[in-house]
Design a protein around this ligand. Structure first.
Ligand code: ASP
Length: 608
């Protein structure tokens, strides 16, 4: 950025012996007649015919400072030079504003400071956008000029909320007997299903640390070490494609407990979630949190993080089309998929054009093969291109199951279960919000339980659904050998307003069970020892039964702040492409550094 002429010419002051007496936002009418010293940034400066008015801003708000030549000629003279974002200190007397100049929108709007002294502590380049609630610029501009962005009220509120939330978690977990213990960041890979960030070792060329995807293994080792109840506000690193609710590095409130079953962990989670939300944000969550099984959430809402305030539910019609004449629906079921329907009653306001738009949205954005629909008109006619393919019994079954009536719009997906559910659950949320089908509850916390321990990956191989250390339900242990896909996990999620706040489970504390699971996941004996030997050996030193959880701290802050993007509650976030636009990271490094680390680039970068 270019230097301002101010920096070149202006002689800057020090604070001298003066100390701030009040934050800007604290200067209210009770102080009328007192002398105050305030510091901050010039928010706005106005020259009204010889009298200069400055709105001075700090983290707590704005206060008006008035410079009049008849009060201090010197201060007035110097105030002429002030520009937006200059940093200053002013000493003066608080006085009541005249009736007509009172600003009812400002907590300090009844008063102003009549300045006797002005110290200009620094100049500033002109800000790239107004430091206001809504600066009216693109997010990339706000990320590049994050310093100015941080001065805006929305980020100030978000970061203050984060602060209160840290304190609330710490107080609550400490009260519940948890010890705060740090674990290393330079560590060994912990499989949480994402790619690792690797850090090359300078001392052992060719060897790498991995940044933890979570402190999972470490906290298990702490349990084995006898630390019973642990927590940590931990940084986690996962090299995966970013979405609105993901960042490459993020914060967890991570916890683990020994000698517990699922119910005891859930009690702690409910208490911790409810207390932290209340203490940090004044939010009273309804208790007890309802519990849903994974199967139920998938059946009814198509998602394992349902927002149950939305009064729309899915209906499975697969059995109706198992031997249907309607080829595309039958083929989906024959191929192991499903036919599912989202009935939207009283949907008259959704025009044909809007249905077309929905279809193009799900096809282009969500990879749908189309969007079959039926509208039941006011006279009860079934209107849609697909109606002619349906038999009378099929129509009757659809009508009964979906409770279709005049005005109902039926939206269908016939596909593999994963995609059909993903598409319909998205439509459920979008249409629920658009049509106002949301009940009056403001907060909707719930638990989801009874997840399967394994699932099939895209190649059809058995893989873990969450991570490889999750313990099976005790009564399902015999199934591990014979039918692993039917084994239920001790895994649980906490969901708030349709956002997954975090996950946890009981862990395998017996090394034989852990080995069996790693075996099912395809780890050979040698690889098992190489990657997890230290954990397996630790389990054999006398591991207590244990389980835990990790809150996605940024997500919780996002929900409580009413934001819809993680970047709005993180001081220095990365873009969707994983870049820090302020620091310009990642960046190329010197050859010397690469040599020290024993690294050679396969391809030289050509873009710099
Ligand atoms: N380590 C898990 C995760 O990061 C949380 C847990 O199971 O405690 O998702």
């Amino acid at each position: 950025m270019a230097q301002t002429p101010g920096q070149l010419q202006m002689q800057l002051d020090g604070m001298g012996s003066l100390r701030r007496s009040h934050y800007c936002g604290q200067v209210i009418s009770g102080l009328v007649g007192s002398e105050v010293v305030v510091t901050g940034w010039v928010h706005r400066r106005r020259d009204h015919g010889g009298v200069v008015f400055v709105d001075l801003r700090d983290r707590t708000g704005l206060v008006q400072v008035v410079f009049r030549p008849d009060v201090s000629q010197e201060a007035h003279l110097r105030s002429e030079a002030l520009r937006s974002e200059f940093v200053l200190l002013a000493r003066g007397t608080v006085q009541r504003r005249s009736e007509e100049t009172v600003n009812p929108n400002l907590p300090t709007g009844e008063v102003e400071i009549l300045a006797a002294e002005l110290r200009i502590l620094n100049t500033a380049v002109p800000p790239p956008f107004p430091i206001e609630e809504d600066p009216g610029v693109d997010e990339s501009v706000r990320l590049r000029y994050r310093i100015h962005d941080l001065r805006r009220p929305p980020l100030q509120r978000a970061l203050e909320l984060r602060h209160r939330l840290y304190q609330a978690f710490r107080a609550c977990l400490s009260d519940l007997g948890f010890l705060e213990i740090e674990t290393p960041v330079l560590a060994k890979a912990t499989p949480e299903g994402a790619r690792d960030f690797l850090v090359p070792s300078r001392r052992q060329h060719g060897s790498f640390y991995a940044l933890p995807q979570s402190p999972q293994i470490m906290k298990q080792l702490l349990m084995i070490g006898g630390y019973d109840r642990y927590f940590q506000i931990a940084r986690c690193f996962r090299d995966e494609d970013q979405r609105a609710d993901r960042q490459l590095e993020f914060t967890q409130v991570d916890l683990e407990m020994s000698f517990v079953g699922v119910d005891e962990v859930l009690e702690v989670l409910e208490e911790t979630t409810a207390r932290s939300c209340a203490d940090a944000a004044g939010v009273e969550l309804p208790r007890p949190f309802p519990r849903y099984s994974y199967q139920e959430t998938m059946d009814r809402f198509g998602s394992d993080r349902p927002d149950t305030r939305i009064q729309l539910e899915l209906v499975d019609l697969s059995d109706v089309f198992r031997s249907s004449e309607f080829r595309s629906f039958r083929a989906a079921v024959e191929g192991g998929g499903i036919v599912k329907c989202l009935p939207v009653h009283q949907a008259e306001e959704l025009s044909r054009g809007e249905i077309d738009r929905l279809e193009s949205f799900v096809s282009k954005e969500l990879g749908a093969r189309g969007l079959a629909w039926i509208r039941i008109t006011s006279d009860g006619t079934w209107q849609a291109p697909i109606v002619k393919f349906l038999s009378e019994p099929e129509r009757t079954a659809i009508a009964e199951r979906t409770e279709a009536k005049p005005g109902t719009l039926l939206l269908f997906q016939a596909d593999d279960a994963g995609r059909a559910n993903a598409i319909l659950s998205r439509l459920r949320v979008d249409l629920g919000e658009k049509l106002g089908r949301v009940d009056g509850r403001i907060w909707d916390p719930l638990f989801v339980l009874d997840f399967p321990i394994f699932e099939r990956d895209e190649e059809g191989e058995l893989t873990y659904m969450h991570m490889p250390f999750v313990a099976p339900m005790e009564e399902d242990l015999p199934l591990l050998d014979v039918d692993p896909e039917r084994v239920r996990a001790t895994h649980y999620d906490v969901v708030l307003n349709g956002v997954e706040l975090g996950s946890g489970s009981l862990r395998n504390h017996r090394s034989d069970v852990q080995r069996q699971i790693l075996g099912i996941l395809g780890y050979g004996k040698e690889e098992m020892e190489h990657r997890f030997g230290f954990l397996l050996n630790a389990l054999d030193t006398g591991a207590p039964p244990h389980g835990g959880f990790a809150f996605g701290y940024d997500r919780l802050a996002m929900v409580l702040a009413g934001a819809d993007n993680l970047r709005d509650v993180i001081a220095f976030p990365k873009t969707q492409r994983g870049q820090d636009l302020l620091m310009d990271a990642p960046t190329v490094v010197d050859q010397e550094q690469l040599d020290e680390l024993g690294l050679r680039l396969a391809k030289q970068r050509t873009d710099r």
